[in-house]
Write a protein of this length. Sequence first.
Lengths: 389, 389
Amino acid sequence: MDEIEVRAREELFININPIQPGGRLTPEAMKALITYGDGYSTCDWCKKPFRLDKIQRPPIDDFHAELARFLGMDQVRVVPGARRGFQAVVNSLVEQGDSVIVSSLAHYTEFLAVEAAGGLVKEVPLTKNHIVTAENTAQKIEEVKKETGALPKLIMIDHYDYMLGNEHDVYNIAKVARDHEIPFLYNGAYTIGVMPVNGKEIGADFLVGSGHKSFASPAPSGLLATTEKWADKVFRTTQMVGDVTERRFGIKEVELLGCTLMGANLIAMMASFPAVQERVKHWNEEIKKINYFAEEFLRIDGNKILSEMPRKHCLTKVDTTGSFNKIAQTHKRRGFFFSDELKAKRIVGEFVGATRAWKLNTYGLTWDQVKHLAQALQDIARKYGINVA
Amino acid sequence: MDEIEVRAREELFININPIQPGGRLTPEAMKALITYGDGYSTCDWCKKPFRLDKIQRPPIDDFHAELARFLGMDQVRVVPGARRGFQAVVNSLVEQGDSVIVSSLAHYTEFLAVEAAGGLVKEVPLTKNHIVTAENTAQKIEEVKKETGALPKLIMIDHYDYMLGNEHDVYNIAKVARDHEIPFLYNGAYTIGVMPVNGKEIGADFLVGSGHKSFASPAPSGLLATTEKWADKVFRTTQMVGDVTERRFGIKEVELLGCTLMGANLIAMMASFPAVQERVKHWNEEIKKINYFAEEFLRIDGNKILSEMPRKHCLTKVDTTGSFNKIAQTHKRRGFFFSDELKAKRIVGEFVGATRAWKLNTYGLTWDQVKHLAQALQDIARKYGINVA
């Protein structure tokens, strides 16, 4: 297929794509891909009990132990994407017709995981500031109980949502969940791997993270962590017995379908892990950068930021309806003029053609790059006669 | 993690590992990994309707269409491993307590997929030659019907099994399935990507393949193909509506959890696809090689081949209890003497330390390598006084 172009966006441009920067590979992960690219590359030294997370060479077992410690949880498994973590938990806990509480800004994969298990999503309403609070969660629990006669089987809340990158009150939501004896799944797709996350401190029963979203790893990759209390249920091993052969596969975990992330993706996660452990310590610096950017961005007349302010996450939704979109109205390239201008300044990753509400992410940019980005937007504004304060 | 060793087994050795050779990357796939390694690398040009298999740049949509044609099926999706294909089908068709017919040599992931959906596996007994026949399948259907009062909801049979690499009568089993109006899933983990497979000719309702096992792709990767008849059911799109926000995610497919194999693994599959299309035409040559090897192997006194003969697949189970295991009895290195000897001859991939029944696979070796392998085993035999005819 000669139509597969060589991808060099991260090498040639400043990439402000909202979902990509946390999954940009480290050099170590890239090296791991090259050496462990072949299909079953992790299985060279697989021996009894024949399960991925028990393999000692390369040190996959050590990685699992260290990853659990890093997350403040008792056990962890790698999975092909956060969604497969949701699925494993939901399928373990939810039966036909059961309710699951999610955020009104829940990612669609949470909806699908519940639907696949035959459950029903029940959304917690947002405050006027677009935040999921413990109070609203408690109220939703009561409503579900009243409406269906049963408590929800699970509460699944995104710490920071995919839409606005707002922080939701997971610490107090975890308390509410505990008070009602409902297990709580912390969706850390936008946090685990970029900022410090400790499941015990949060009081979560489950943590789900994404390798390709926030752990400097290739897709699909992710993780599911839990406590001793829940491990036996969600990581339960197979009980099925062959009716003719009497075969048993006792060590294999049902919801994970046995081994999960064999191959390069896991080794890349392992290779990125030291850098990930280091980079979460510098989250504050990332927050300084996005807030610097926000301040500069708002100097452009008509610009708005739709996410909460000040920013606590680099994923940010902005609104340029009052600025760049006005230019797009009469420009022969319409909204594409804006992409053209950004590209000329070596910036990509905005939603091409969008000039109303759109998302960006400054995670991992250097200060020079963030300054260049802010300057570029102001320069484009000035070029088209938009006032910059 | 400096303990992640550089993996160079495929570069430095002849690798006879039973499950690895079909997933060895092509050079094109390796290049794809390097350029598309970053997490969400496939999402640069994602636009409406926002689903992986619809992306045009890189040409993921074309790949899906060509892959379906290649397989003789109407629709195909990529999945993170064959097991996720089983899961999608089983979870769509099987409810609590339903029966699913599998082979007595079924892979454990089929067991788990059924267990996760609350179903029960019912194994078709093997003939004395270790083959799953249509006759035995038909009889099992009747038994299940008699025993449970209901027909099985699905028949899932491996064309070639993981244990012996024997061929099972999938063509006639598909007919039996059709006669009973039970959907038939063809497990092509050991066939799709190494030999010609046409779903329409087989009469399969579902084909499942493995990227890392047989499609020269990184793990986890795989495919699930089906006919128009079943696509609406197994690839059904979400119907869930947010009770507060009224959000819908209409294009996303429930059992696939939306997008599936974002990133490098998919691009690597695409990059390997031309080579895969070519290599399946040369399956006969691969069969000549394994049969040549088998003949030479059997010249060693006491050696047996446990798989069916002549070989129709390169994955082969052998028994050296009457030869190398006798040496192991008194050797100070026990069974490891055999691995030591193989390694000295630049051969790896046998199960280290095993000298009774073990598996090997000659897929993709050159004639020179196959001859070296046969010669090496004979040389080791002679060295320890075992007669070679």
